[in-house]
Design a protein around this ligand. Structure first.
Ligand code: NDP
Length: 452
């Protein structure tokens, strides 16, 4: 419960201004609850009205995207880009193509991205974008035409020193390729205006794996420092089976854990032998199929449809829970079930997958909570490394990028721990320290640059 009058007033004003934008308000509330500890010590932040300034995005763009489907019908979608904060570097953040995308989703993701990018220690501001376009069920040519039309508007707002988008849900290497091709065509210039590019045209090794790998490096660092433990022998549940989830599975396996279940939006599959990475890659990356198809490969696995009863994937006993699908997928009920089953840590691959009440329940019950803005920062960190490689026109080896990624994830964890110690925060609650650490750097840069 926020007590500081300044923080409370900012939150109340934000709620009025953004009525109905539930995810955006949720992200703001969660951030302000943490920042109260900092504001209590920093009178200058109040004088500078830094919270209100930070919470208002620098620019928000909404645009029409018209494209032709395979039957020559003209289709219309909404496109979005929020350029949230550029105090510490060019705007940077992914594009999400999913029917659930709206202003609230884009702004909550943009706000979170600012703090995440700051935590990486790399010079990147925060942004996010996307469309309510649903790539599912569309042909390659339809996706290409949509991406080209989307870029016909977005190109005027981005650039390697202005704003550098990347992928997110529904936007992988294929979509980034089409977006980059159109950007290059319009600008007649080959520059790193997007990250997550193919290796043949400026992409970085390990970018595809970075978010999932980074999540496991962060988790391992937390287990080592806080519990003198590791992934070795742990039972793990991962939600989702997209880019983040697949490479979290790969790294968790490498680190000696057993992943017992994974999901998609239709349901989840449980395999007591441990989920087979090659099967998941074949179903999801090669065939673009559904997780249910796992049963075609492993007869003894068990599939549960999401709609069957009230149970969720989090009802399965595990030591570590890695939500890697989408926002608000882990509720208070799920948190209670996880605690009852003896979970040690919840580390977020997705953005804001845990509801506020679930997060509070977890930390109150001594579960280590690693928030997405820290635990999934590996993706944007390697995007930052892709930008560096593009700038110097060199490509680093897989080993070099991976070593840098590990260092960044370890540093993020250590910086959060140090911040938590400074502010007297319980060490299993990594959210408050992450918010304070990420915000302080941006706020100081904003103040140094004057009221603009
Ligand atoms: P993908 O599109 O590759 O995969 C998303 C996965 O989540 C799919 O398995 C999808 O299932 C599932 N999913 C989506 N919506 C829901 C839902 N409402 N309920 C249950 N499952 C759902 O996306 P990513 O793996 O790239 O992203 C996953 C999360 O990680 C997002 O929150 C994203 O913002 C975050 N993230 C991603 C980064 C990256 O580098 N890609 C970086 C940092 C964070 P289905 O196929 O059925 O829709």
């Amino acid at each position: 419960m926020i007590k500081n009058t300044y923080v409370l007033n900012v939150l109340n004003d934000f709620k009025i201004k953004n009525k109905g934008k539930d995810e955006y308000i949720q992200a703001c509330e969660e951030i302000l609850e943490s920042l109260e500890l900092l504001i209590n010590k920093r009178e200058d932040y109040i004088k500078e009205n830094i919270l209100e300034r930070f919470l208002e995005p620098e620019r928000y763009i909404e645009f029409r995207v018209c494209w032709l489907d395979d039957n020559n019908n003209v289709r219309v979608n909404k496109g979005y880009r929020v350029q949230y904060n550029s105090a510490i570097g060019p705007y940077k953040g992914g594009l999400r193509f999913h029917p659930s995308v709206n202003e609230s989703i884009i702004k909550f993701l943009g706000l979170e991205q600012c703090l995440k990018n700051s935590l990486t220690t790399l010079p990147m501001g925060g942004g996010k974008g996307g469309s309510d376009f649903d790539p599912k069920g569309k042909s390659d040519k339809e996706i290409m035409r949509f991406c080209q039309s989307f870029m016909n508007e977005l190109y005027r707002h981005i650039g390697p020193n202005i704003d550098v988008p990347a992928g997110d849900i529904g936007v992988g290497a294929k979509e980034v390729g089409y977006l980059f091709g159109q950007y290059k065509k319009i600008n007649n210039e080959f520059t790193g205006a997007l990250t997550g590019k193919g290796l043949a045209f400026g992409g970085s090794l390990i970018r595809k794996e970075a978010t999932g790998y980074g999540l496991c490096y962060f988790t391992n660092a937390a287990l080592k420092t806080l519990k003198n433990d590791s992934f070795e022998g742990k039972k793990v549940i991962i939600s989702g089976s997209g880019n983040v989830a697949i490479y979290a599975l790969e790294k968790a396996n490498e680190l000696g854990a057993k992943v017992l279940a994974m999901s998609d939006s239709n349901g989840w599959v449980y395999d007591e032998d441990g989920i087979d990475l090659n099967i998941i890659k074949e179903i999801k990356e090669v065939n673009k199929g559904r997780i249910k198809e796992y049963l075609n490969y492993k007869e003894n696995a068990i599939y549960t449809e999401s709609k069957e009863g009230n149970a969720t994937i989090w009802s399965l006993p595990c030591d570590l829970a890695l939500p890697c699908a989408t926002q608000n997928e882990l509720t208070l009920e799920d948190a209670k079930m996880l605690v009852k089953n003896g979970v040690i840590g919840v580390f977020e691959g997705a953005n804001m997958p845990t509801t506020i009440d679930a997060y509070k329940y977890l930390v109150d019950n001594n579960v280590i909570y690693g928030p997405g803005k820290a635990a999934n920062a590996g993706g944007v960190a390697v995007s930052g490394l892709e930008m560096s490689q593009n700038s110097i026109r060199l490509s680093w080896s897989k080993e070099e990028v991976d070593a840098r990624l590990q260092n960044i994830m370890n540093d993020i964890f250590i910086n959060i721990c140090n911040t938590s110690i400074k502010y007297g925060i319980k060490l299993n609650d990594l959210l408050k320290g992450a918010n304070i650490r990420g915000f302080e750097k941006i706020a100081d840069a904003m103040i140094a640059q004057g009221t603009i």
